[in-house]
Design a protein around this ligand. Structure first.
Ligand code: NAG
Ligand code: NAG
Length: 115
């Protein structure tokens, strides 16, 4: 729990974040799973999960996430990021714990971004 906490990056600057990722463009190809939280409409937040191995069925994962976290969500195709799972609410901890405890992603392969 606290180790996951420590991975949550501080100030959220979407542009700085994007720039950092451009230079390391390939965090995409390196097997990292990126979990990001975005603020929507001022209050609501949205969590996106990108980079889970294509060998997993995203629709199936989404179904599990929705059930486990009792939240809504969807799978979207992003031109840059590829297939991304979006979940309503700040599900950073829930998602990370779920992915790790189900052996889907190794803990040190999860990058958590957000405020
Ligand atoms: C995390 O999952 C639990 C159910 O396991 C849920 O009650 C909780 O609301 C979720 N967290 C958030 C921030 O939605
Ligand atoms: C769940 O999310 C989908 C896609 O964003 C949306 O169309 C739907 O209305 C949402 N359902 C609820 C109950 O919020």
């Amino acid at each position: 729990m606290s180790e996951l906490d420590a991975q949550i990056v501080g100030a959220f600057d979407p542009f700085a974040d994007a720039a950092a990722e451009d230079s390391a463009e390939a965090s995409k190809g390196k097997g990292y799973v990126h979990v990001r939280v975005q603020q929507r409409n001022g209050r609501k937040s949205l969590t996106t999960v990108q980079g889970i191995s294509k060998s997993f069925d995203y629709k199936r994962l989404l179904k599990d996430f929705k059930k486990e976290f009792s939240c809504n969500g969807t799978v979207v195709e992003d031109t840059e990021l590829g297939t991304v799972i979006q979940l309503q609410g700040d599900q950073r901890k829930n998602v990370s714990q779920f992915l790790v405890s189900n052996g889907i992603v190794k803990k040190d392969a999860i990058k958590i971004h957000g405020f």
